[in-house]
Design a protein around this ligand. Sequence first.
Ligand SMILES: Cc1cc2nc3c(=O)[nH]c(=O)nc-3n(C[C@H](O)[C@H](O)[C@H](O)COP(=O)(O)O)c2cc1C
Length: 211
Amino acid sequence: MKIKNILIAVLAVVFATGCNGQNKNNAETRHDTSLNEQTSNTGNMKKSIVIFFSHAGDNYSVGIIDTGNTKIVADYISEITGADQFEIVTHKYDGMAYMPLIELAKKEAAAGELPPYEGTAPNLSGYDTVFIGGPVWWGTYPQVMFTLFKDINLDGKTVIPFTTHEGSGLANCVGDVKKAFPKANVQKGFSIYGHEVRTGKAKLEKWLKSL
Ligand SMILES: Cc1cc2nc3c(=O)[nH]c(=O)nc-3n(C[C@H](O)[C@H](O)[C@H](O)COP(=O)(O)O)c2cc1C
């Protein structure tokens, strides 16, 4: 189980180093907008949006997937709450096998690289609640998410982080979101195993009801 050994090595390094080396470089400014103008949610939350990154293709535990694990969670959130969406898109990792991707992501995290994303940053002025979700990569969110973080202002907004992962839970993601948005009201966060998302809708519904 070579892949399993690699992931264990990844997690070991993450726990040993507390790996969160992002935001050392200046952001480049190519951005994407895939804002999905769905109806806004009802219930306790006001107008909300899910900002997420998700990598389709070769992945740990689930094999080659057409839809990334985090995207499935983001879609559930929108389905259940009516939240709009903004997907952070980069083509940098398209078609990459899992092992080279692990290595590339490791270098990016160590260097604090900020890979560009497609399109432009979303206008968040109409939103009170911002879900932020992504896979855990080397103990935090993928670096491209930090590129977007540099381009948005979440002052005064309720921010709800979530992750999909294969053992690290929320890892450093909530702390790193708090660092990126010190004037936001960052909530506790939610995590789910990537290999569980396709059968985990009940778990997500329970979490969303608890907000
Ligand atoms: C480059 C890379 C690094 C990863 N690092 C971790 C990690 O540090 N901890 C962990 O639990 N899972 C790690 N994983 C597993 C992913 O977090 C997990 O498979 C996630 O559900 C993928 O979500 P996605 O399909 O939305 O991209 C890593 C996966 C990749 C591709």
